[in-house]
Design a protein around this ligand. Structure first.
Ligand SMILES: Nc1ncnc2c1ncn2[C@@H]1O[C@H](COP(=O)(O)OP(=O)(O)OP(=O)(O)O)[C@@H](O)[C@H]1O
Ligand SMILES: [Mg+2]
Length: 328
């Protein structure tokens, strides 16, 4: 069965213009997200997740720019669109819940006004009355009583504010939504209820999600596939079901698996990944993970690793077949 991609990222690199020259935060990234699919994107802080998300939205700022590659959403090249087409295309086809979005609401406007403004900015043909009716419907969808539309952000709880942000992201019925750490700032109980709700909305409205998080166990639970980012590269894209054992995955993915208590049996010691990720101006040669990798041999510092397709995943490693050997 052939699947329809909603997102196709090809050979995408993103650089930040700095006093040290252009530093690449996303390096030759390739992946797709298909209809109705949830893809989790994980990686340590600074690995380039948000930069990749902004590049996909064509919303890069702070001196960041695409240096090569392309982004297609629903088959259309986002970087070949004129600004007016892009304005209507974005939000009605692709939208994003930004990292720390909870603080993104305007504190001096009611949430009703903010939702209506968003709706009318992206679809100027919509009447005020229709926008208000849609805002009510959206509140019902994210399970907030529509009477709360008159509230100012500070009158809502953190969980409610995040629901408002999600409501705005799905307002124009997009086919694809990027969620950048949508629940990180919330306590565990609220986090769980919002996640359940996101998955329910996804089923009901039929959109695909790129779900960005540091939390490997959470992501592997909700995603169909997990993309693992290290130092600006996608080092692995694996089927979630295969992540209960480290064998055959990328050594970095193995480290993430070992850092989750319930993924390891009692005999296996819980371990972190030694060392820290390198700075963008000191990316190691060959495989950028090699200085932290227990499987590394000389070739890893000399040659870029091959991209290997296995049943479980697409993995970029000279020695992925050895992963698992050192365990126990
Ligand atoms: N304006 C900027 N100028 C230069 N470098 C930047 C700038 N913004 C981000 N970076 C660098 O780009 C890299 C990727 O940052 P990014 O915010 O995309 O990471 P992230 O994976 O989203 O991290 P986090 O998990 O903390 O949100 C980091 O090394 C960061 O220091
Ligand atoms: Mg980020």
């Amino acid at each position: 069965m052939s699947r329809t991609p909603v997102l196709e990222v090809n050979n995408l690199s993103v650089g930040y213009q700095t006093t040290k020259g252009v530093l690449e935060a996303v390096r030759k990234v390739d992946f797709s997200v298909y209809e109705n699919e949830v893809v989790g994107l994980i990686g340590e802080s600074g690995s380039g997740k948000s930069t990749l998300a902004y590049a996909i939205m064509r919303l890069l700022k702070n001196g960041a720019h695409v240096t090569e590659g392309s982004v297609k959403v629903l088959g259309q090249d986002l970087y070949n669109m004129d600004p007016e087409t892009l304005r209507t295309f974005r939000w009605s086809n692709i939208s994003m819940v930004f990292q720390s979005a909870m603080n993104a609401l305007n504190p001096v406007m009611t949430v009703e006004q903010q939702i209506i403004d968003t709706l009318r900015f992206h679809d100027p043909s919509i009447s005020k009355k229709a926008a208000l009716e849609l805002a009510r419907e959206l509140f019902r969808l994210v399970r907030i009583d529509p009477s709360r539309l008159k509230s100012y952000p500070h009158e809502l709880s953190g969980g409610m504010r995040q629901r408002v942000i999600i409501a705005i992201a799905i307002a124009l019925n997009p086919k694809f939504v990027i969620m950048d750490e949508p629940t990180t700032a919330l306590d565990v109980v609220v986090q769980k209820s919002i996640l359940d709700q996101i998955m329910e909305l996804k089923e009901r409205l039929g959109f695909s999600i790129l779900f960005i998080s540091h939390d490997f166990s959470l992501v592997s639970e909700i995603a169909d596939r997990v993309a693992v980012m290290y130092c600006g590269r996608l080092v692995e894209v694996a089927n979630s079901g295969t992540l209960s054992t480290p064998d055959g995955h990328h050594p970095y993915t193995e480290g993430l698996i070992h850092a989750i208590p319930r993924f390891t049996d009692k005999k296996t010691k819980l371990r972190g990944i030694p060392g820290t990720p390198p700075a963008l101006d000191k990316i190691p040669s060959g495989c950028s993970f090699h200085p932290r990798c227990k499987y590394a041999e000389e070739v890893c510092s000399l040659q870029a690793p091959p991209i290997v397709k296995t049943e479980k995943s697409i993995v970029e490693c000279h020695f992925h077949a050895k992963v698992g050997e050192h365990n126990g």
